[in-house]
Design a protein around this ligand. Structure first.
Ligand code: FRU
Length: 486
């Protein structure tokens, strides 16, 4: 196929580029793919169109890192050049190591079908496609499953066998299919995960269950997926597409997955298609696409679209999945400022000497006192501010970007306010990361997370203020650090 050239790096305007989040060097990126620790470093592949700032024929871009914060660009790993992946390209998938080789499973997309393909490498950088591709073709679909919606293989091993989960639509409902293999090249269909029954929380969902993923975390099996067309439910699932975690039990004989409830992975604006990986030290890491489909992307003009969340460490306790920023972040902390026991008086903006910036980490423990609403304004300048606050009467944490800067329209009627249900007693903890155009808020020790992109003035909108309404509150402890990645 004939393509134009890759967008040169010197054509990229970096004004909104994050500094400690991975992002596409130039052109377009969506889902993270093939997360794996291989040959002494982390590999983050991603859905990539190198030739324009829009989604297009999908390649696999490739970044590597030794610490998950500083990323290095590698050559493109996969491009559409075979009859089974032309013209739409190499869609999302995962990576696995076998006999010291690195294997990528991805979806090859033609005009009429989606099929699972394999590529392999002995250096983790240069890949060859298997002669047996597609290794799972559409003849291996169960009755009622869609040939055009059969994608995003998650490959993993268990008890010496390989398994693969693939997202699909079956009889017009989202589903996930389980396959088994002994060698990654020959696969047998086992069964489907989402049997519909009459539990109230188990209603059929019409869209494809995109990007399935599976991990055993602290003894609990967790399925991750990004089902299209999830209906909003109170404050949950407010984006046009959302990602969920589902604690349950996978029956490897039948493929059925037994579970009771769905939980949203991120209650903010910009988060989709996450993937997980296990590190050699046992930690489970999750990275998501830090964007959402169907939105305006203000960096289109700057010749790049697409960045990724901070890598998050996942733990499971007391029936809940906790997400916290990867520990390696602490290496990049500079200029520590500590403030303790400082009153926030109602209707009085509190700015603190030495507390400002847009590349930083802020850890806050707040006593709610008798305030109705308490929080902070970040990325604040003469015209813009982003509000992050707890609201006692509705028991929720609010991320309000209605006055943040460049407005972002989307398919949803509301693209400016997201709320996360959370109950605080007397104290409330939050950990906020600001990285030029990224805001990530980890609430109550990682019980919930809210992620959003903000396009304020990167030079001048760097103010931070604390405030409360309807009563007084108090900062019990505030620790703030600049995050400096040279
Ligand atoms: C999710 C997704 C995947 C697909 C990829 C295509 O964001 O739609 O299902 O593989 O993006 O780029």
């Amino acid at each position: 196929m004939l393509y134009r050239n890759k967008i040169p790096i010197d054509k990229v305007d970096k004004r909104y580029k994050p500094t400690f989040h991975a992002s596409v060097p130039s052109g377009w990126a969506n889902d993270p793919n093939g997360l794996i620790w291989y040959n002494g470093q982390a590999h983050l592949f991603f859905q990539h169109n190198p030739y324009s700032n829009y989604w297009g024929p999908m390649h696999w871009g490739h970044l590597t890192s030794k610490d998950f914060i500083r990323w290095e660009e590698q050559p493109i790993a996969l491009k559409p050049d075979k009859r089974y992946d032309i013209p739409f390209g190499c869609f999302s998938g995962t990576a696995i190591e076998k006999d010291s080789m690195l294997y990528l499973m991805y979806t090859g997309v033609t005009l009429s079908r989606q099929q699972q393909c394999l590529a392999y490498s002995n250096d983790g950088i240069h890949f060859k496609k298997s002669k047996r591709n597609p290794v799972i073709n559409t003849s291996e679909l169960p009755f009622g499953a869609s040939k055009r919606d059969f994608r995003d293989p998650k490959v993993f091993s268990r008890d010496g066998k390989f398994y693969c989960l693939v997202g699909t639509k079956r009889n017009e409902h989202g589903d996930i299919l389980l396959y088994q293999s002994d060698d990654l090249e020959h696969w047998n269909y086992v069964g489907n995960l989402m049997e519909i029954d009459d539990r109230p929380d188990h209603q059929p969902i019409n869209g494809v269950f995109e990007c399935p993923d599976y991990q055993l975390i602290d003894g609990q099996e967790i399925l991750f997926t990004s089902p299209q067309d999830l209906q909003s439910d109170g404050n949950r699932f407010q984006n046009s597409q959302s990602s969920v975690w589902i604690a349950g039990e996978l029956d490897f004989e039948t493929g059925n997955y037994y579970y009771d409830q769905f939980h949203e992975l991120d209650s903010g604006f910009d988060f989709y298609a996450p993937q997980t990986m296990r590190l050699p030290d046992g930690r489970i890491i999750l990275i998501g696409w830090k964007e959402c489909w169907g939105r305006e992307y203000p960096t289109e003009k700057d010749n790049w679209v697409g960045s990724f969340t901070l890598p998050r460490e996942l733990t499971y306790r007391e029936g809940h999945l906790f997400q916290n920023p990867i520990h390696e972040m602490v290496r990049y902390r500079c200029n520590h400022v500590v403030v303790q026991n400082l009153d926030i008086l109602q209707n009085e903006a509190l700015a603190i000497d030495g507390v400002s910036g847009n590349r930083l980490e802020l850890n806050l423990l707040i006593e709610l006192g008798d305030a109705e609403q308490v929080g902070l304004k970040v990325l604040k300048g003469t015209f813009n501010e982003t509000r992050l606050y707890y609201e006692r009467k509705s028991n929720c944490f609010v991320f309000d970007r209605s006055a943040s800067g460049v407005p972002i329209k989307g398919k949803e009627s509301n693209t400016t306010v997201r709320k996360c249900d959370i109950t605080a007693k007397n104290v409330f903890s939050l950990r906020v990361f600001l990285d030029v155009s990224c805001v990530e808020v980890f609430l109550q020790d990682g019980y919930s997370v809210m992620t959003g992109n903000i396009y304020a003035d990167p030079e001048n909108d760097v103010g931070i203020e604390f405030y409360c309404k309807g009563g007084n509150a108090r900062i019990r402890n505030l620790e703030i650090y600049d995050i400096v990645v040279e």
